[in-house]
Design a binder for this molecule. Structure first.
Ligand code: 5HY
Length: 245
């Protein structure tokens, strides 16, 4: 049995459960999913500031997961906050849900569109497209203009808006697939794929399959070069946590 740690970088317990359930639905029978979120930080991540706050929480969880001996880590927020820093701290593979979804989308369609929550986070997705080299594959970026935690309020409004956002993207962009731009949308992909008749990809499930594949191939984070362990130095204050072995 191998254990994959799935980190929801915001502090919403409800969204951590949604993400954990989607990860378990995608996981192989011999994969155990450990769904966690930081004890403190932002209840939702809706911009650069929230991401900066969430990143420390992500790194604390990665260190704790490494010490618990997990086989790999998933950062389940569409901004992939702290991904490269997390790779420095990790022994096993670390995959972000944005990069996982984008990689998988380009394997089933020449061009994909992204449907996310708030307009202000579109630039974060645009930066990742460029960073990961998928700008040419992205036919459009769309926001449903609802806050992240609307996905957990039980009204169904956010889910309806995501559906409408997908229909609109397919009509306007001429794309062949949709990438869901929020960890909290992880439970929507399969139904949307059936309803829309095109691949709708959630990064949580995509990342679970990628980490499983990397672990099965015994491929882990390279400790050669920029992802080598952080150079030891006495971190101070609240960061002393990272000094302890
Ligand atoms: C996420 N925020 O996946 C991002 C989505 C977004 O708290 N989890 C969050 O809109 O950027």
């Amino acid at each position: 049995m191998r254990c994959i740690q799935v980190i929801n970088p915001n502090t919403s317990q409800a969204m951590t459960e949604t993400i954990g359930a989607a990860a378990r639905a995608a996981a192989a029978p011999d994969t155990d999913i450990l769904a966690v979120c930081p004890a403190e930080g932002a209840p939702s991540i809706e911009g650069h500031f929230d991401e900066a706050i969430a990143t420390i929480g992500v790194l604390e969880q990665v260190k704790a997961g490494r010490e618990q001996g997990v086989a790999g880590h998933i950062i389940a927020c569409f901004g992939d906050p702290g991904l490269l820093a997390a790779r420095e701290l990790a022994r096993g593979p670390v995959v972000g849900i944005a990069e996982a979804a984008m990689h998988m989308a380009t394997m089933v369609a020449t061009r994909f569109s992204v449907v996310t929550t708030l307009p202000r986070t579109l630039v974060i997705a645009r930066h990742l497209l460029r960073q990961y080299g998928f700008s040419d594959h992205c036919a459009g970026l769309h926001a449903i203009d609802l806050p992240v935690l609307a996905l957990e309020d039980g009204s169904g409004l956010a889910q309806r808006k995501v559906y409408e956002g997908c229909v609109n993207a397919l009509k306007r962009d001429g794309c062949g697939a949709i990438v869901l731009g929020c960890g909290g949308m992880a439970d929507l992909a399969r139904n949307l794929t059936r309803e829309l008749g095109v691949p709708v990809i959630d990064g949580v499930s995509a990342a679970v399959k990628m980490v499983e594949s990397l672990v099965a191939l015994e491929l882990s984070t390279s400790k050669q070069g920029d992802l080598a362990w952080p150079r030891p130095k006495p971190l101070s204050g609240r960061f002393q946590f990272f000094n302890q072995e």
